[in-house]
Structure formats: structure tokens, C-alpha cells
Design a binder for this molecule. Structure first.
Ligand SMILES: C[S@@+](CC[C@H](N)C(=O)[O-])C[C@H]1O[C@@H](n2cnc3c(N)ncnc32)[C@H](O)[C@@H]1O
Length: 225
């Protein structure tokens, strides 16, 4: 059984991640969210439970089954929170996902701990897919493990493709994505005994993007976010 199917079949925390809680606090009241690599839907369900229209996509069928169970358990209506098995490195999947979001609501594309779960060529394909399908008014929030996390202790050991900040900026530039905000450090994604080194980024599509334009980098050593 593939790794993610076994993890979600065995069961995983249904608590929203600190990143989702942080983002949900900042969103306009009626945003619509496309959650890429949504896993068991813990973050999607948090967004939906806090009033946002949400679509979660994941390539693991076990993850999606578990996301649907969580949604039903917390009584979020299926009309505002749907899940689908899909490979988000396919640009057509991104396009179809975006089309499912109501046109009148501000669109947010969210991906937590997805980027480092992808092979480098898939990560590039995802970024290029975003760059080719987004509109300037869309906002993307990503959280991922940086290369500085590679040697730190882990709760789960499985293949990861840690992302260097330089490589992320290169992919963003090539996809014409503008990095508006980046925070890096530990203290952002604690999980049991683990305190990984992660980056959080806020990105927007910009046909006129140039390297470093408007970039605000914030080093974080600890946070309650
Ligand atoms: C580390 S988990 C993160 C799950 C969730 N975002 C969270 O924070 O709880 C990575 C997820 O990405 C999914 N994933 C990996 N490659 C994918 C792909 N090509 N398309 C869609 N989902 C993918 C996995 O199935 C897994 O659920």
C-alpha cells in the first residue's frame, strides 16, 4: 500500500495545523479555498467550519475517504466542503479545482506540507501549473520543510524532498509567481516531539514578476502561531 494510504488508513490527527489556524484568522469572512494535498482534510474542515467554501484535493484515496468522514463527523455540509482524489501536479486538475470555487468569492490556494512531499520535477510542475492557471486576484499560501530541516529529528520517517529557499524562489520566478511574504524558522509547525524547520509563503500570480520584487523575508525562531 502506498505510504499516504497506509498513514491515513491507520489514522492521523484531526486537529487543524497551526498554519491553517493562522491563515483562517487572516482570511476575509467569505473566502473560497482550494486545499492542495489536503490529506485527511483536517485543515479543509477547519476552513469550512470557520465559514469558508472549501475544496480539498489529494491523490490518496484513503486520505479523501478519511477527509469525508471528518467533514461528516463535524457536521460541515457537503455543499460547502467537497473532496476529490486528484493529482495536483497536473495543471488541468488545478484548473478544474479552481472552477469548483464560487466565482464571486475571493480565491485562496492553500498547500500545507505538500511541496516537500513531491519529487522535485512534480514540485516544479505544481508551481508551473499554479502560474498558468491563477489570476492576479488569487492568493496562494504554502508551508513546506526547507533543506535546513533534513537532519532534524522526525516523528515519521518517509521520503521527503526538502526545498531550499533558493530553489523555491527559482520555481516561483519561472512560474511568474510573486513571493509577497516569507517566514522561515522553527516553532511554526510543532508536532509531538518534533519542531521542524519550515517556510511559510504567501504568493500571488504576477505576469510582471521579477526576482525578489516586493519580497519581505522574516526569520522566525519561535512562534505561537
Ligand atoms: C504531509 S501530507 C500533508 C497533508 C495535509 N496538507 C496536512 O497538512 O495535514 C502530504 C499530502 O500530499 C499528498 N500528495 C502527495 N503527492 C500528491 C499529488 N501529486 N497530488 C495530490 N496530493 C498529493 C499526500 O497524499 C498527502 O496527503
Amino acid at each position: 500500500m502506498p505510504y499516504w494510504d497506509s498513514l491515513y488508513t491507520a489514522g492521523h490527527t484531526s486537529e487543524p495545523s497551526p498554519f491553517a489556524v493562522h491563515i483562517a484568522d487572516q482570511l476575509p469572512a467569505d473566502a473560497s479555498i482550494l486545499d492542495l494535498g489536503c490529506g485527511n482534510g483536517r485543515d479543509s474542515c477547519h476552513f469550512a467550519a470557520t465559514g469558508h467554501f472549501t475544496v480539498g484535493l489529494d491523490e490518496s484515496a484513503a486520505a479523501i475517504e478519511s477527509a469525508e468522514r471528518l467533514r461528516d463527523m463535524i457536521a460541515v455540509p457537503e455543499t460547502t466542503c467537497t473532496f476529490e482524489v486528484a493529482d495536483v501536479t497536473d495543471p488541468d486538475v488545478i484548473e478544474r479545482g479552481l472552477q469548483q470555487l464560487p466565482a464571486h468569492l475571493p480565491r485562496v490556494i492553500y498547500g500545507r506540507f505538500l511541496l516537500h512531499s513531491l519529487e522535485p520535477r512534480q514540485a516544479r510542475s505544481l508551481m508551473m501549473g499554479l502560474g498558468s492557471k491563477l489570476e492576479a486576484s488569487d492568493t496562494v499560501y504554502l508551508e513546506f520543510r526547507t533543506d535546513e530541516d533534513s537532519e532534524l529529528p522526525k516523528v515519521y520517517n518517509h521520503p521527503r524532498h526538502f526545498v531550499s529557499l533558493a530553489h523555491f524562489h527559482e520555481m516561483a520566478r519561472d512560474a511568474r509567481l510573486h513571493v509577497n511574504l516569507m517566514a522561515c524558522g522553527r516553532g511554526l509547525a510543532p508536532f509531538r516531539d518534533e519542531d521542524p524547520m519550515v517556510a511559510r509563503v504567501k504568493v500571488a500570480y504576477s505576469p510582471m514578476v521579477s526576482i525578489g520584487q516586493g519580497l519581505k523575508a522574516v526569520a522566525v525562531t519561535s512562534s505561537t502561531a
